[in-house]
Structure formats: C-alpha cells, structure tokens
Design a protein around this ligand. Structure first.
Ligand code: LRH
Length: 494
C-alpha cells in the first residue's frame, strides 16, 4: 500500500507541534513539521492562553506539511489539554481572552459550588474528580466576575474545538474533552442539563457533542490559499490529549482493568480503562475521575501533579540564572540520598506556586522533615513522591474495579525519565513498560486513519503502535525500602 499522510496538531501546556504521520497500512512513522513554545501569558494579573499566537504557528506547520506531502495528505485533527474553553458570540467573535486553568480565579470556587449543589450530586451528574481547574468552576468564576460577558455567549467550545472551528467552521464539542469539563453527564451521554440549570448556567451555550473520528468539515478556502493545502477533511481525534494517549497504549489486553497506564508529562494521568463509568460512593470518596475514551470506554483515573514539579524547579533555577537541563537534574537526583523528604504532590501549594523549590521546601518544613536544599535533593523528593503517589492511586483504583493491575504502561514525554520509570516499578511492585513518547499524537493520527477506513478497531490501533515503536521494561527492585517509604508517605497524606 502506498503511504498516506495524516496531520496531527498536538498542543500541550508547554509546547505545540504540527506532526505528520506516514501510514503504510502496518506502521506509522512520525515527522515533526513544526514545534513552538506555549505557556500562559499574564494579562493584568490573570493567566491567559495566546490562541492567536498558537494559530499563527499552526499555519506555519500546515504550510510546511503542504510543501512536504501535498496530495498525500488525507486529513487533519487537533488535540490539546483538557478543561479550558473558548466562548463565541452569535457572530463567532471570541468573548474574552481564554483563561489558563491555573488562574487563581478558580480558588474557592469548589466550595461555592458545593453550597449550591451538593458534592455528591455533582459527582453523580458528571463522574468527575473534584479539581478547581475543571471548566465547571471556571464557568462559575465567570458567572461571578463577568456575568455581562456570559450573558452574550452563544457557544462554549473547548480549546481543540475552537481550532477545529478555525480550520473548518464547525461549532461542536468532541466527546472526550467534553467529559473533562465536569459539565457532561457520564451515563446520559449528554450535557448535565439538570445540574447546569441548578447552577443557573446558560445551558443553550453547550453545543452538540460528537464522537472521536467524526468528520467535521473540510478546510476553509482561506486556509487552503494561505497554506497551499487541498480541500482536506477535518477529522476530530480524541481531542483530549490523555484520551488520545490512552488509545495508543501498546497493550495486548482487552476488556479487563488488569493493566494501568500513566500518561506522563506536565501532569501524570494514572488509571485504567473501564467499559462504564464507576459512580459509587467509594469512587466519590477517592476523588477519582471518569473521563470519556474511544469507543465508549471510560478512563477511570486520577490527576497526579506530574513533572510540573520538576519543570517548576527548573524554571525557578533559571530565574536565578542557574540553567539545568532535565538530564542534569535527573543525574543529580540519582546521586541524592533516597527518601530524605517526601511530599504529597497533589497538595494545593504545588498547583501554581511562585517558586516551586520554595513550595517543596515549605511543605517539608511544615511536615517536620529535612528541608531539601540542593537541586538533586529537590528533584529526588519530587520523583520519589510521584512514584509513591502512583501506588496510592493504583491501590484505590484496584479497590474500585476489583481487578489486580499486573503491568503499568507509561507513555508520553515523561516516559523518557528512566529514574521515574524505575521508581514507579519499585513503588508499585509491578513491571513498567515504557513508550511510546508520542502516544498522544499516535492516538490522534490513528483515529483519523480509522475514519479513512484504513484501521478497524481500538485493538488494531494498539497493534499498529506496537509495530511502530520500541518499548522498554523496568522490573521492581528494592521492595522493602519502598514499602517502608510508602508507609511513611501514607502518614504524610492528609
Ligand atoms: C494533560 C491534561 C489533563 C487535564 C489537564 C488540564 O495535558 O489534559 O488530562 O486534567 O491537562
């Protein structure tokens, strides 16, 4: 079969890329066409996304795609992080500069929400873990601070949906990302209208929800002209990056929750794939989430703060003029004393501190532990704490499903950290299989290939990923030291 090319626009909180996937029917090979930086911009003390800047970079990437692959290009689709959104007026003007989920307007909004609709009811109608970053609390903050803007909103789109609108004019929300909003009902397969009404949010702004793999339209004429691309279809992938990554986990298991995944990057999303959302009291108590996946599956998972902790340390040192790359920080961590100090990575002070090193140090001080001083001590503290948190989350998830996890697949950029891979195997006591680093993009592209009729099923997608990439295996070591550390860690969790 001749090669066909799919384009994936993959935006992360730190960087974005336009990627091409060349598919020969058996293997998918990736080409990075254009990479660019991303991050929040401070606008009068608030954190916003520069979507116009990102769009400009995307157009550069699409132009390169047209130059390199021309008529072989089959379709294009966008994935990004979850929870954030764009509001459109009736005439498609963007209302307000879209917020970044770490903006402080969300602080305290969960408690405001619980005073209006009981927590258990919100969980029953959304199936989501309670995090102040969720779109629901962002919308409630907006209802409080900018009711005038909310009053003229015509459509709520999530970030990837907005880029799909830019590409082809569609005004729909894709299912997997809709489920990150905490506004989507986990069993009715529609927006949680009853709950939204109770919050007096305008329910008519929530558009039609489409499943991953839907063709949304074809490229706007003006973009064909600007980039040199043809009238290609816009096909929505699982637009939530984590959903796309989970679709591309190279597991051979099907149907059972006996394998876990960690989609590892700025966040670590750790969980299992289940066939239906788990909405029990125990799930509510554990504060786990049911996010939508491909083919009606659910991702029963929890957000762990992830490599954000290390990225924050790196940034803090840079501000002081001390520049380290990740390899150096990892080497220093490897040399540092084990289990000197541990933190709960999900504690609020780590969500958006001014200086991550100070936040980690303060936490250790507050919990009567030795204060990590050197870069090695700080990064070791972060990585060991992440691995221990993974175990803690997995124990809860196994209780909920009643199934034992036999292997953990780590995918995404974080799977490049061998130290964290080994710590994860040690802490959790099961083998870890790593890769692909590019799971999100692969999930994005292979769902497009399925829409084009080149791939049949989710298990075939995973087989193609196995055929296209190498994985590595880490066996658990030092089990008694990690057991002692875990007992100490559990004492530190609130
Ligand atoms: C990871 C991610 C995660 C969300 C967060 C906002 O990139 O999509 O799944 O919770 O960003």
């Amino acid at each position: 079969m001749s090669e066909r090319v799919y384009l994936g626009i993959d935006l992360g909180a730190e960087s974005g890329r336009v990627m091409a996937g060349r598919f020969d029917g058996t293997r998918l090979q990736l080409d990075e066409l254009h990479r660019f930086a991303n991050g929040p911009t401070n606008i009068a003390g608030t954190l916003r996304w520069n979507l116009v800047g990102l769009w400009k970079e995307i157009l550069i990437g699409l132009t390169k795609a047209a130059e390199r692959y021309g008529d072989s290009i089959v379709s294009v689709g966008v994935d990004t992080w979850g929870v954030d959104y764009v509001l459109l007026s009736k005439t498609n003007e963007v209302l307000g500069i879209p917020y970044n989920y770490r903006d402080t307007r969300n602080e305290g909004m969960m408690n405001v929400a619980f005073s209006r609709v009981p927590k258990a009811e919100i969980f029953a109608q959304s199936g989501l873990q309670f995090m102040e970053i969720n779109s629901l609390y962002q919308l409630l903050a907006m209802q409080k601070e900018h009711p005038d803007v909310l009053a003229i909103v015509d459509k709520f789109l999530m970030i990837p949906d907005y880029f799909h609108w830019l590409l082809c004019g569609s005004r729909v929300v894709e299912f997997t990302n809709a489920t990150t909003s905490q506004c989507f009902h986990p069993t009715e397969n529609n927006w949680a209208y009853d709950m939204l009404n109770k919050f007096e949010l305008p329910t008519e702004i929530f558009p039609e929800v489409v499943t991953p793999g839907t063709q949304l339209g074809t490229l706007r004429d003006c973009i064909m002209k600007e980039t040199g691309l043809g009238k290609i279809p816009i096909v929505t992938p699982p637009t939530h990056d984590t959903a796309a990554a989970v679709a591309a986990v190279p597991t051979e298991h099907t149907g059972k929750a006996n394998w876990a995944y960690i989609s590892s990057g700025t966040w670590s999303l750790i969980g299992v794939e289940v066939q239906d959302a788990i909405l029990t009291d125990a799930a509510l108590k554990m504060n786990v989430t049911n996010e939508g996946g491909v083919d009606g599956t659910y991702r029963l998972l929890k957000n762990v703060m992830g490599l954000w902790l290390v990225q924050g340390c790196k940034r803090a040192y840079e501000k002081q003029g001390r520049v380290y790359d990740y390899a150096e920080l990892t080497m220093l961590a490897e040399e540092a004393e084990p289990f000197r100090s541990l933190v709960d990575p999900n504690d609020h002070p780590f969500l958006h501190p001014d200086d991550m090193t100070v936040a980690l140090q303060q936490w250790c001080k507050d919990h009567s532990q030795p204060v990590p001083e050197t870069p090695g001590q700080l990064v070791r503290c972060a990585l060991e704490s992440l691995a221990l948190k993974y175990r803690n989350v997995l124990e809860g998830i196994q209780e909920l499903t009643g199934e034992t996890v036999e292997v953990i697949h780590i995918v995404g950029g974080g799977s490049n950290s061998d130290l964290l891979n080994q710590f994860t195997a040690n802490a959790c006591g099961v083998p870890v299989i790593t890769g692909p680093v590019e799971a999100t993009v692969m999930g994005n592209l292979l769902i497009q290939a399925r829409t084009a009729g080149e791939v049949e099923s989710l298990s075939e997608i995973r087989k193609i990923v196995r055929q296209s990439t190498e994985s590595r295996r880490f066996e658990p070591q030092n089990s008694s030291e990690w057991q002692t550390a875990y007992e100490r860690f559990c004492q530190l969790l609130k």
